[in-house]
Design a protein around this ligand. Structure first.
Ligand SMILES: CC(C)(COP(=O)(O)OP(=O)(O)OC[C@H]1O[C@@H](n2cnc3c(N)ncnc32)[C@H](O)[C@@H]1OP(=O)(O)O)[C@@H](O)C(=O)NCCC(=O)NCCS
Length: 189
């Protein structure tokens, strides 16, 4: 398996990030609170440089409660992964029945990297090295769209278990809420 690493998102990553967000396999599933007219919400759109700067600038500047990282696969930028504390998003936490702990999302930007088992490895390493390394974080949640079979399977392979489906206001379909409790790595070295 490839070597996986992470580094904080920088403004110099924005053009690469924009191209990832405009890949059909990503925008089919990658949403944000800004909805279909902004960067997120499933469905075709073209993220502009201004939209990327608005959405991701605060994280690059260190003032976003969501911590965003570039995924490195064998040292090459391959996608975005992010985590946040659910207590910072109380409405969302209530909607999915998970008021505490952390939430995690990711995308592999290059379509050639998808479907090769990299995602579960990335998720597992990120939880062990970043999310569960935070003081007080012992529970991590993911909420893929119930129709995103590939993502649900990837989180399952990374040690998550589905606990419920929850419809979040403004979303077109329920999320399949999945949880992993802090533990040893789910996948071997
Ligand atoms: C979700 C994502 C991170 C998963 O990583 P990945 O490396 O592609 O995952 P895997 O290669 O381990 O594939 C996961 C499972 O889905 C299956 N799968 C792959 N492509 C599939 C497809 N098009 N439809 C259905 N299942 C698919 C694989 O067979 C695999 O299951 P298996 O190992 O039991 O055979 C990655 O696909 C991605 O970035 N997708 C776009 C953005 C996204 O959906 N993000 C998730 C938001 S919650």
């Amino acid at each position: 398996m490839p070597e996986v690493g992470f580094r904080p998102l920088r403004r110099s990553d924005f053009e690469r990030l924009r191209s990832w967000l405009n890949q059909p396999h990503v925008y089919e599933w990658w949403g944000t609170e800004s909805g279909p007219d902004g960067l997120g919400g499933p469905g075709p759109h073209a993220a502009t440089a201004a939209q990327v700067a608005e959405e991701y600038g605060p994280a690059a500047d260190g003032v976003d409660p969501t911590s965003r990282f570039v995924i490195l696969v064998d040292g090459v930028p391959a996608g975005l992964i992010q985590w946040y504390r659910l207590c910072d998003s109380p409405e969302y936490g209530a909607a999915i029945g998970e008021p505490t702990g952390a939430g995690v999302d990711l995308l592999l930007g290059d379509p050639g990297r998808v479907g090769r088992g990299i995602g579960p490895l990335v998720i597992d390493r990120f939880l062990v090295e970043v999310v569960f390394a935070q003081p007080g974080v012992r529970r991590c949640v993911a909420g893929p769209d119930v129709r995103n079979v590939r993502s649900i399977r990837a989180f399952t392979k990374a040690g998550f278990e589905g606990v419920r489906d929850a419809l979040v206001s403004g979303e077109p379909a329920p999320e399949h809420v999945m949880v992993r409790i802090a533990s040893e790595p789910a996948l071997g070295p």
